[in-house]
Ligand binder design. Structure first.
Ligand SMILES: Cc1cc2nc3c(=O)[nH]c(=O)nc-3n(C[C@H](O)[C@H](O)[C@H](O)COP(=O)(O)OP(=O)(O)OC[C@H]3O[C@@H](n4cnc5c(N)ncnc54)[C@H](O)[C@@H]3O)c2cc1C
Length: 423
């Protein structure tokens, strides 16, 4: 790389993907100026513990500082909100009227929690602020909690609240928790896990309405049944923070669309040199999977994206343009009670899933997921080694040498993110 001195990289979003992209740029020798901005001054907390150890008290705030956040070699860390972009002119517009010129831009603005419609504001969990409030509400007393939504965050919240002694009702719109992400077999295992820990799992109907009463809340299910609660939390998915790009040249639609190297696309679907997207907000093609584009809402993806985004940006900034392609196999985990569910690939793409090792009833098993007989993922409990084998198999598969490259705005399985929550 030629010397980057004098070049200026701006990072919009200081969560995991933003921080790790700055770290990757520095690790690769970028010695120019970096400005990382986030609208949340406390953006540098890791999110996975927020629904788990931070709620139950095993993790303190200091424990969940993002690795490398404190010693990050960013010249400037700014509390500011990106509000617009002139991509060709290389200017980022901030709320309040200030503009920031750049040579390279990283878009890492992540997601925000989806909220329930209605007159009662039902808490959600995405940030350290949400988690602090929820921890305060759950600690020191034990009452009746209703968790609306049984995806990863909803099921983890239910488990954490049970550990704190709360009486928990978990509402899953689908036939079992986690089925959208991991299918029926894993869904039944997770439902059973929660039943055994005393959670009242109400599957197959969503929450219709939440009202407040002098004593708490009433949650009316789609079938008409009413559940009384002292506390209600909604975990019904998340929305990409892309509205600030609405009036710009950048292509958005359930995320910021990118090429395979995470370079953003303009509305004519042409990659824009020097601007990349990374983490939960990025929607990109993936050479290992039979989809046009995918957006992955998991920790390791944000981490891996950071390396690709930095490599692409450095190539653009130095005009060396080596071919950079993001091909890391996604992987994710969910801790619930004493169980760790691990997954690789994109199981939600599957049209068929089968147990290939162990038995869910024994608490040790591996499920393989295929689509058109091609392995797209694996998930299990207590089968880490076999899972690693599947990961390697997906990474080295030759069956997808010519993945579709066109980008669409939605529809079909490719529009589904990997952690869609349920109501
Ligand atoms: C409660 C919870 C538990 C989780 N548990 C797991 C788990 O067990 N396993 C797993 O694999 N993954 C888990 N995840 C997902 C994982 O944490 C995310 O994939 C990861 O945090 C994504 O990082 P990111 O940097 O892309 O986005 P974010 O962490 O959302 O960061 C985006 C940042 O951009 C900022 N921002 C947004 N808009 C603007 C703007 N216009 N201007 C300036 N700044 C802006 C936001 O304030 C935010 O700080 C969990 C997530 C949550 C919320």
């Amino acid at each position: 790389m030629r010397s980057s001195t004098g070049q200026h990289v701006v990072v919009a979003g200081g969560g995991l993907a933003g921080i790790r992209t700055v770290a990757a740029l520095r690790d690769a020798g970028f010695d120019g100026r970096v400005t990382m901005l986030d609208r949340d001054p406390e953006c540098d907390h890791d999110r996975p513990p927020l629904s788990k150890g931070f709620l139950t008290g095993t993790h303190s705030e200091a424990d969940i500082r993002l690795p490398r956040a404190a010693e990050l070699d960013a010249d400037e860390r700014v509390t500011a909100e990106a509000a617009g972009l002139s991509a060709r002119e290389r200017v980022l517009h901030l709320r309040g009227g200030v503009s920031l010129g750049f040579d390279g831009l990283v878009i890492a603005t992540g997601l925000r929690a989806r909220t329930l419609p209605g007159s009662v504001r039902v808490p959600t969990i995405r940030s350290i602020h949400d988690a602090r409030r929820l921890r305060a509400a759950l600690t020191g007393r034990a009452g009746r909690l209703v968790v609306i939504g049984a995806g990863f965050i909803g099921t983890e919240l239910a488990a954490s609240a049970r550990e704190l002694g709360w009486q928990v009702t978990l509402i899953a719109r689908e036939s079992n928790p986690l089925t959208r992400a991991l299918g029926q077999t894993m869904g039944r295992f997770v439902a059973d896990l929660h039943w055994r820990h005393g959670v009242d799992v109400r599957a197959g109907q969503g929450a219709h309405e939440v009202t407040d009463t002098p004593d708490g809340y009433r949650v009316r299910l789609a079938g008409g049944e009413v559940i009384e609660a002292d506390l209600v939390v909604a975990a019904i998915g998340a929305i990409p923070n892309t509205e600030w790009l609405d009036d710009t040249e950048i292509l958005t639609g359930d995320g910021v669309h990118t090429d395979a190297g995470l370079r953003v696309l303009d509305r004519a679907r042409v990659p824009v040199s020097g601007i990349v997207a990374a983490g939960d907000v990025a929607r990109s093609p993936h050479p290992l999977f039979p989809v046009e584009s995918v957006r992955v809402e998991h920790w390791s993806n944000a981490n891996e994206h950071a390396k690709t985004a930095a490599a692409t940006l450095l190539a653009d900034l130095s005009n060396t343009a080596p071919v950079v392609r993001h091909a890391a196999v996604p992987s994710f985990w969910s801790d619930q009670y004493d169980q760790k569910i691990l997954a690789v690939g994109l199981p939600h793409l599957a049209d068929y899933a089968t147990v290939v090792e162990g038995d869910p009833s024994e608490g040790r098993f591996l499920i393989a997921y295929t689509r058109n007989q091609q392995t797209v993922g694996a998930a299990g409990v207590g089968t880490t080694r076999s899972l690693a084998r599947y990961r390697r198999a997906i990474a080295t598969a030759t069956q997808r040498e010519n993945p579709p490259q066109a980008i669409t705005d939605g529809g079909g399985p490719s529009a589904v993110s990997t952690t869609q929550e349920e109501t």
